[in-house]
Design a protein around this ligand. Sequence first.
Ligand code: AMP
Length: 192
Amino acid sequence: MTARLVLLGPPGAGKGTQAARLSDCLGVPAISTGDIFRANVADATELGRRAQRYMDAGEYVPDEVTNAMVRARLAEPDTEQGFLLDGYPRTAEQVRELDAMLDEQGRRLDAVVEITAAADVVIARLLGRAREQGRADDTDVVIRRRLEVYREQTEPLTSLYAERDLLVQVDGIGEVDEVTERIVGALQPLLV
Ligand code: AMP
């Protein structure tokens, strides 16, 4: 079985938590562009240096930087049986680039899971995370900007994937286990 999946959803919807669990269930690597950027910032790499000011402001890192990073990651052998992209694609240009990468490899996506959650819920979650983890981009102003950027640039991708019959919408409100069960249940018929 292969599972080539994309996880969509606003910041704070629980994508990272669910990606880790789904990765275990499905035996494919979870690839979080946000995590890769944060690791590069922490290690003070050239990529981290290019990404940091956008991340700190709640803006998207330029497509060419992000696309090149994902292209390199998807060329790794551990993605052969599948992958779970958490936080990519986020722009129409990234969708085009992902299509091109997969075409070149003779692969295609199996499903795009959108984890839905209302704005007030995700803002409360992100402010809680800010207190616990102290992430630089979890301040009130930056959180609001990240949500705005999501609505403007990423939410429209859901209709694009719906037109391709790939979109699976799952309610992200509830206990973590419950949400995982919903996602696995929704994916089961698609991953045979
Ligand atoms: P995340 O942890 O997924 O919320 O990502 C944290 C930050 O990393 C985002 O606010 C962006 O600045 C940057 N980032 C992550 N993924 C992408 C992407 N696909 N395109 C552009 N910027 C990204």
